[in-house]
Design a protein around this ligand. Structure first.
Ligand SMILES: [Zn+2]
Length: 248
């Protein structure tokens, strides 16, 4: 029986985020000593991520996260989602990146990294908006960033694949799991009080370890049969869930 570990991931940080909700989530994580991966949209153009007017203090807040040991992730460039073909991770039908010409992907990565660096934030992790990215995105990341870690993929453990270390992301709410590394992706902008309370209860229950990105990445194994099988089973599970959801 192996150990169970969790990473917490917070998506959609940008100047127009819901500051009060983010602060509430931050308080819970800090009180439990958990440092999440936080995905920052460098130049947001998605109205869904703009529930509030722009906060001139946002970049100070983000540098504060970095000082706390949080892991800064590049979460796309403008979060402009459109319907796209299936990318490397078979979740959903939307993407900012999948299917764009490589030169355009490269330009978006370059500009996104430039914006974050201009605020003294050098991203070390990639989080694709809506899980949408392809081989061209990986090539653009190689050319235009120092990112070596991808927060995505369906597996039970971290793995090395296509020249990157993948920290799989399988959960969208706190849930106790069996052995493995589980990333729980949260969207603070959309969290209600009961969601924040559920996070607090989960962390208080001491469900397992909370490694840093570096610790998790150091345990990555070569991509192999187990990753393929788990991915196929999980994709089927997600498809069934989507069908059930559609019937409601
Ligand atoms: Zn997002």
């Amino acid at each position: 029986v192996g150990t169970v570990e969790y990473l917490i991931r917070l998506d959609d940080a940008c100047p127009t985020m819901d500051r009060e909700k983010w602060a509430a989530v931050e308080r819970v994580l800090v009180s439990h000593g958990v440092a999440p991966i936080v995905g920052i949209v460098p130049d947001n153009a998605d109205p869904v991520l703009a529930p509030c007017p722009p906060d001139s203090g946002f970049w100070d807040t983000a540098r504060g996260w970095l000082k706390r040991g949080w892991h800064i992730a590049l979460h796309g460039y403008r979060h402009q989602l459109r319907v796209a073909h299936r990318g490397l991770v078979p979740i959903g039908k939307l993407a900012e990146f999948t299917g764009l010409p490589w030169s355009e992907q490269r330009q978006r990565i370059r500009e996104g990294v430039r914006i974050l660096r201009s605020h003294d934030l050098s991203p070390q992790v990639w989080i694709a908006p809506a899980h949408g990215f392809d081989l061209g995105t990986l090539q653009a990341l190689r050319e235009e960033s120092t990112i070596t870690v991808i927060s995505d993929g369906l597996s039970r453990r971290p793995f090395r694949h296509l020249g990157f270390t993948w920290l799989p992301q399988q959960l969208w709410r706190p849930r106790r799991m069996g052995s493995g590394l589980w990333t729980i992706c949260l969207h603070p902008n959309g969290m209600q009080e009961h969601d924040i309370a559920a996070l607090e209860r989960f962390l208080s229950s001491r469900p397992g370890g909370f490694p840093t990105v570096q610790e998790a990445a150091a345990r990555a194994v070569a991509f192999g049969a187990e990753e393929v099988l788990f991915g196929a089973a999980f994709t089927t599970l997600l498809a069934v869930k989507n069908v059930l959801r559609g019937r409601k």
